[in-house]
Design a protein around this ligand. Structure first.
Ligand SMILES: Cc1cc2nc3c(=O)[nH]c(=O)nc-3n(C[C@H](O)[C@H](O)[C@H](O)COP(=O)(O)OP(=O)(O)OC[C@H]3O[C@@H](n4cnc5c(N)ncnc54)[C@H](O)[C@@H]3O)c2cc1C
Length: 311
């Protein structure tokens, strides 16, 4: 497998180059093409071939999967996600299914990209990181039963940690495409400046948004001159960057278990259902976290469960 390690700080530049220089052979696929009336993604698992892998940091990579045909158009509406699946052995529990939200913009042709953080002894991520170009992985689409209509809200706040950016990016793109007035603020925490995932894409979206979208970055460790915020996401940073509680706003939050527990009060046993090596991740139309009362920093700041969607 031809892996290219890129300096994470230049990840987006590399990513852009990666997008334009895809070799033709990566587009060949023996996966049967769906009938013209079939959607590419539905609720049935279908195999998609791995076309390329790009390492971004020591434990995070972009995995490009090929659509059945080079001119197939990628289209996945907010708020939906893909579920990856593979059979680890013969038994009923020897199967692994995990959610990943592609980072590909709707309208791209021939592929979709996942950005994935490798977990120690993670069932799916160990498998993914061991896959070779040309291997297939099964995917199906899952749509959250959530009425995503950004025109209903004057302001959307997005709070993300690490690879939790992926569903938030889908929302940012979806809102910018549909609403010419809804303001978007992203508060995004990462380990260091070099680890800010998709910073190039986010900055580009901000530049093209006519002032509608503003990203705010915070990093745990500063390596060099850094003009953004430092330290973990806390009440002061949320107060400074997010829309205040009110009827015309909505927050979306996605990050690791401890992050969700601290910011939203998501009980550890609830978060762990998604992240403790179970064969299947539970899925529910509104997400299990949303069935719990909001807690954590957001509750202390006056937000309630109706104002905050938790992935
Ligand atoms: C809607 C949604 C979208 C997502 N999108 C993305 C995305 O775009 N990119 C991304 O990288 N991830 C994403 N995720 C997370 C992803 O679904 C997986 O949870 C993640 O990749 C880990 O899966 P795994 O099978 O490799 O790890 P698992 O096997 O589930 O293990 C996860 C971690 O838990 C640890 N662990 C296992 N058992 C225990 C135990 N008993 N006690 C303590 N720790 C334990 C493991 O060592 C490992 O570190 C998303 C999740 C959701 C719900």
């Amino acid at each position: 497998m031809a892996l290219r390690t890129v300096a994470a700080g230049a990840a987006l530049g590399a990513f852009a180059a990666f997008r334009t220089s895809e070799p033709a052979q990566c587009r060949k696929s023996t996966v049967p093409a769906p009938k013209p009336t079939d959607p590419i993604f539905d609720f049935t698992y279908k195999p998609f071939k791995l076309g390329k892998v790009i390492n971004l940091t020591s434990d995070t990579a972009i995995f490009r999967f090929l659509l059945p045909n080079a001119d197939d158009v990628f289209d996945l509406q907010p708020i939906s996600t893909l579920q990856a699946f593979y059979q680890e052995g013969m038994g009923g529990f020897d199967q692994c299914q995990r959610c990943y939200t592609p980072i590909t913009a709707n309208g791209e042709k021939g592929y979709f990209d996942l950005i994935v953080k490798k977990q120690k002894q993670g069932r799916m991520t160990e498998h993914l990181f061991s896959m070779k170009v040309g291997d297939s992985l099964q995917f199906r689409a899952f749509h959250y039963k959530f009425d995503f209509d950004p025109e209903k809200w004057k302001a959307i706040g997005l709070i993300g940690g690490g690879s939790g950016i992926t569903p938030l990016l889908q929302i940012i793109r979806g809102s910018l495409a549909r609403s010419p007035t809804t303001k978007l603020d992203l508060l995004f925490g990462n380990r260091s400046e070099d680890n800010i995932l998709l910073k190039g894409s986010l900055d580009e979206l901000a530049e093209q948004s006519n002032g509608l979208f503003t990203p705010h970055y915070t990093v745990d460790h500063v390596n060099r001159e850094w003009k953004g915020m430092t330290g973990i996401i806390d009440a002061a940073k949320i107060k400074k960057t997010m829309p205040p509680p009110g009827p015309n706003m909505r927050l979306f939050v996605c990050g690791p278990d401890k992050f969700m527990s601290n910011i939203c009060g998501t009980p550890v046993f609830v978060a762990a259902q998604w992240s403790r090596s179970n064969p299947l991740q539970p899925f529910a139309a509104i997400g299990h976290s949303n069935a719990q009362d909001l807690g954590g920093v957001l509750k202390d700041l006056g937000y309630n469960s109706d104002m905050v969607y938790r992935f």
